[in-house]
Design a protein around this ligand. Structure first.
Ligand SMILES: Cc1cc2nc3c(=O)[nH]c(=O)nc-3n(C[C@H](O)[C@H](O)[C@H](O)COP(=O)(O)OP(=O)(O)OC[C@H]3O[C@@H](n4cnc5c(N)ncnc54)[C@H](O)[C@@H]3O)c2cc1C
Length: 380
C-alpha cells in the first residue's frame, strides 16, 4: 500500500505521484537484471533527469526544482523502495552539486550548474581515500598550485558513480595545514592524468559502480577551484549534513519496501491453519517493523524541516542517519524472517533489501561517527 504522506503543497503531491510512476515503469522492470549482472542502467538517469527528479532541492534559476528538502527526501525514499542503488546514485549526484551551488561564484554556477541539475552531466563526490575514511582530515591527495591552476597527484577511494560520472567534486590537500589545508575542486572526467580502478565487488548496490580514482599530475584549471583554498573540509562536511539526510531517506525507502513485501506475504502464507500474520508472534514482529519505519521517517522529516526553515540541523541529520539506517538493517533482516526459507533465496527482493541496508550504516559517516557528532554537539 502506498505510504500516505503529509506534504506541504499540491505540487509536492504531484511530484510523489510522478516519482511512483517513473519508479514503477522505469526502475522496477530493470532492477533484478542489472543488480544480478552488475551492469549500469544506462537509460535510467536520463529518464530521472527528464522527469526533473535529479535537481529537486536546488534553485529554479539554474534549472533546479526549487523544492523543500522534505519533499526531495520523500522522492528519494520512493525511488529507494524500488531500487536502492539508483536512489543512492541520485543522492550522491545531489551531494556532488552542493559545493558549486553553495560556494561557487555566479560565473562558475552559470557555467556548470544547469547541465548538472538537468542531469545532462552526472556527478560523484570524492572525499574518501584508502587510508582516510572516517578521518577525512587525514587525506593526502595533493593539489599543487601551478601557473593557471593546480596539478593533482594521489588516489581517492570508494567513489559512487566512479568511472561513470561526468564530474567529480574532489577534495584535495593544498597545504600541510591539517584540516585547514584541504580545498574543493570540480574535476571534469575527461581530465588528462585521471584514471579509475575496476569497480569494487560489493555486497549490494551492484548496478552502480564504486571505484577508486588515480590522479597522475592531472592539471585542473584555477576556475575549477570551488570556494577559497583551505575551505574544502567545511564544504565537504556541510555537504555531508545534507547528504546524510539523503541516506536516511534511502534507508527508510528500503525498510518500507521490505515491510510492504513482508506484510503482503504474511497475509497470504498459511501455517497451522491460519495466515501467519494472525499468529501473534509474527504479527507483533511486523508491528515492530512498521513502528520502526514510521519513527525513522519522522526523524529525517524533522531534520529536513529544520533545514527548510533555515535552522541548524547537523545534529538532527546525524540522529536521522543513525536511527533510519539502524532501523533499515533491523526491518530488512526481520522481513527475511517473515518469508522463512524463501526469504533466504533470490526469488523475493527481501534478501536484496537486507544486503542493501548494510551499507547505509557505513557510508557518509559510519554510525559510530554519527554518534560522535551527536555526542560532541551535546558536549558543546
Ligand atoms: C559502497 C560504498 C560507497 C561509497 N561511496 C562514497 C562516495 O561516493 N564518496 C566518498 O567520498 N566515500 C564513499 N564511501 C566511503 C565511505 O564513506 C567510508 O567507507 C566510510 O566513511 C568509512 O571509512 P573507512 O571505510 O575508511 O572506515 P574506517 O574509517 O577505517 O573505520 C573502520 C571502523 O572504525 C570505526 N571508527 C573509525 N573512527 C572511529 C571513531 N573515532 N570512533 C569510533 N569508531 C570509529 C568506524 O565506524 C568503522 O566501524 C563509500 C563506501 C562504500 C562501501
Amino acid at each position: 500500500m502506498p505510504v500516505e504522506r503529509l506534504l506541504p503543497s499540491q505540487e509536492a503531491h504531484d511530484l510523489i505521484a510522478l516519482t511512483r510512476d517513473v519508479a514503477d515503469k522505469v526502475l522496477r522492470p530493470k532492477v533484478d537484471a542489472h543488480e544480478k549482472s552488475e551492469t549500469f542502467p544506462d537509460g535510467v538517469f536520463p529518464a530521472l533527469g527528464r522527469a526533473g527528479l535529479l535537481s529537486l532541492p536546488y534553485p529554479e534559476e539554474f534549472g533546479g526544482g526549487g523544492q523543500p528538502y522534505e519533499v526531495y527526501l520523500q522522492v528519494l525514499e520512493e525511488l529507494a523502495a524500488r531500487w536502492a542503488a539508483v536512489a543512492v546514485a541520485t543522492s550522491v549526484h545531489s551531494l556532488s552539486c552542493f559545493a558549486l551551488a553553495t560556494h561557487g561564484t555566479t560565473e562558475q554556477q552559470a557555467k556548470w550548474l544547469p547541465d548538472m541539475l538537468s542531469g545532462n552531466t552526472i556527478g560523484a563526490y570524492s572525499l574518501s581515500e584508502p587510508q582516510a575514511g572516517s578521518d577525512a582530515a587525514a587525506l593526502t591527495c595533493k593539489a599543487t598550485a601551478v601557473d593557471g591552476g593546480f596539478r593533482i597527484n594521489g588516489s581517492k577511494a570508494w567513489i559512487t558513480n566512479g568511472g561513470r560520472a561526468d564530474f567529480y567534486t574532489l577534495f584535495a590537500r593544498t597545504s600541510d595545514d591539517g584540516p585547514r589545508g584541504i580545498s574543493c575542486f570540480l574535476v571534469d572526467s575527461a581530465t588528462e592524468g585521471l584514471s579509475f580502478g575496476k569497480p569494487e565487488e560489493k555486497m549490494g548496490l551492484r548496478a552502480v559502480p564504486t571505484t577508486s580514482a588515480h590522479y597522475d599530475d592531472a592539471f585542473v584549471d584555477a576556475e575549477r577551484l570551488i570556494g577559497q583554498t583551505g575551505q574544502g573540509l567545511p564544504i565537504a562536511f556541510s555537504a555531508l549534513d545534507s547528504g546524510r539526510l539523503g541516506i536516511a531517506a534511502v534507508a527508510v525507502g528500503l525498510a518500507q519496501g521490505a515491510l510492504d513485501d513482508a506484510v503482503a506475504y504474511a497475509k497470504e502464507r498459511k501455517a497451522f491453519g491460519k495466515r501467519i500474520i494472525d499468529h501473534q508472534g509474527l504479527g507483533f514482529l511486523v508491528a515492530d517493523m512498521a513502528a520502526a519505519v514510521d519513527s525513522a521517517r519522522a526523524t529525517y522529516l524533522d531534520a529536513a524541516r529544520r533545514r527548510d526553515a533555515g535552522l541548524p540541523y547537523s545534529r538532527q541529520a546525524s540522529v536521522a542517519k543513525l536511527i533510519a539506517t539502524d532501523a533499515a538493517m533491523k526491518v530488512t533482516t526481520d522481513a527475511v524472517q517473515v518469508f522463512g526459507g524463501y526469504g533466504y533465496t533470490q526469488d523475493f527482493p527481501v534478501e536484496r533489501y537486507m544486503r542493501e541496508a548494510k551499507i547505509t550504516q557505513i557510508f557518509e559517516g559510519t554510525n559510530q561517527i554519527q554518534r560522535l557528532v551527536i555526542a560532541r554537539s551535546l558536549a558543546g
